[in-house]
Ligand binder design. Structure first.
Ligand code: ADP
Ligand SMILES: N[C@@H](CCOP(=O)(O)O)C(=O)O
Length: 324
């Protein structure tokens, strides 16, 4: 469960007095989520989400994230919109933590992904990328390739306790990823822009097979647009047993291209981007798996799910393997 910080009735009342969003009707902690403390807030004007930002989010970067969500919402992306207080502030302090109120989005995230989710997902991702083009501020991807070897270094002593030989397997995999990673320079064939960078099923709400909202922009950054697709291929297109579902991948790529055509360079780069995406989530999960205390509120996710994905992408040499 993810409510790390308690909010007293008195603190909440004082906090809400700064806003013009009606009278408090109900308030409850949301068990789902990993990173931050989230609460559902109902007032006489409707439903809202109150988020208290916890340790992993860099406070200095919160204005970038809130600005991006505001911008995307203005451009027609259904995502949480920061709510300003009576003085125009969206980022405030509550219970000693940075805090913001955002709009509540209707819908439910898919507990089991179906093929019918993947085309609308691809369309929504491309719409997000197009809407992000007019948001100029840049946020470097702090979990990009430069972070991966240091992350593995910080877990080396524990890696082989998770799986014998894991450390050597990851070191070997780096040789198939890092030297082939596209350069950071502006390359019109491999466009960069604002990406979500964590668009997993639990961050996409659906109503009747239609995307009703995208949430959780706190890993968003400025990077290759196609890297976001690679993250979605990993998060949406594998079965529980680790088998790749090429039909889901094809639907995802077709949906994306309904809205934004991929360049030849983006299509050619997909295998290496997908390897990198698998490595990124494998490593953060490995770090959490090794470092999360047994009595922690949140159960760490299994890093080995991403080892299966990484092995698949290492064996995939072209976009044909993803159904195009
Ligand atoms: N804007 C929103 N509208 C509706 N529900 C939301 C919204 N934001 C968060 N939630 C709820 O809170 C849960 C956790 O949110 P999330 O942003 O994924 O947390 P974390 O960043 O801690 O992982 C979601 O699964 C959803 O149930
Ligand atoms: N999507 C990541 C973990 C981040 O969790 P979120 O609740 O913030 O999406 C993973 O699956 O490893």
């Amino acid at each position: 469960m993810a409510v790390y910080t308690d909010v007293s009735d008195e603190a909440l009342a004082a906090f809400l007095a700064d806003y013009a969003i009606g009278e408090l009707v109900s308030f409850r902690g949301i068990a789902e989520g990993v990173e931050n403390s989230n609460f559902q807030l109902r007032t006489t004007q409707g439903d809202f989400i109150l988020t208290l930002y916890e340790k992993r989010v860099n406070v200095q970067e919160l204005p970038w994230f809130l600005g991006l969500m505001q911008h995307l919402a203005t451009e027609g992306v259904t995502c949480p919109q920061p709510v300003a207080d009576k003085t125009g502030e969206t980022l405030k302090i509550l219970a000693g933590r940075p805090a913001a109120i955002t709009t509540f989005l209707p819908g439910v995230w898919p507990r089991k992904v179906r093929g019918s989710h993947c085309r609308p997902l691809g369309q929504a991702l491309a719409q997000l990328h197009l809407a992000g083009r007019s948001y100029a501020p840049v946020r470097h991807n702090s979990l990009g390739p430069a972070a991966w070897v240091p992350l593995l270094n910080s877990c080396r002593s524990g890696a082989n306790t998770v799986l014998a030989g894991l450390e050597a397997e990851l070191d070997a995999a780096f040789a198939h990823i890092l030297p082939h990673w596209p350069g950071r320079e502006q390359n019109p064939e491999l466009p960069r822009g604002q990406i979500h960078a964590d668009l997993f099923p639990d961050n996409v709400f659906f109503l009747h097979d239609t995307v009703s909202g995208l949430i959780d922009f706190y890993f968003a950054c400025t990077d290759f647009l196609a890297y976001d697709i690679a993250i979605c291929l990993n998060a949406w297109c594998f079965e529980e047993d680790g088998a790749f579902n090429v039909t889901f991948a094809r639907q995802l790529l077709l949906g994306y291209q309904d809205v934004r055509a991929l360049t030849d360079a983006e299509l050619a780069a997909l295998p290496v981007l997908a390897r990198g995406a698998a490595m990124r989530f494998l490593l953060t999960r490995l770090y959490d798996w090794i470092n999360t205390p047994a009595d922690a509120l949140v159960t760490p996710k299994n890093p080995l799910d991403y080892l299966k994905r990484l092995r698949f992408h290492l064996a995939t040499e072209s976009v044909d393997g993803y159904g195009l």
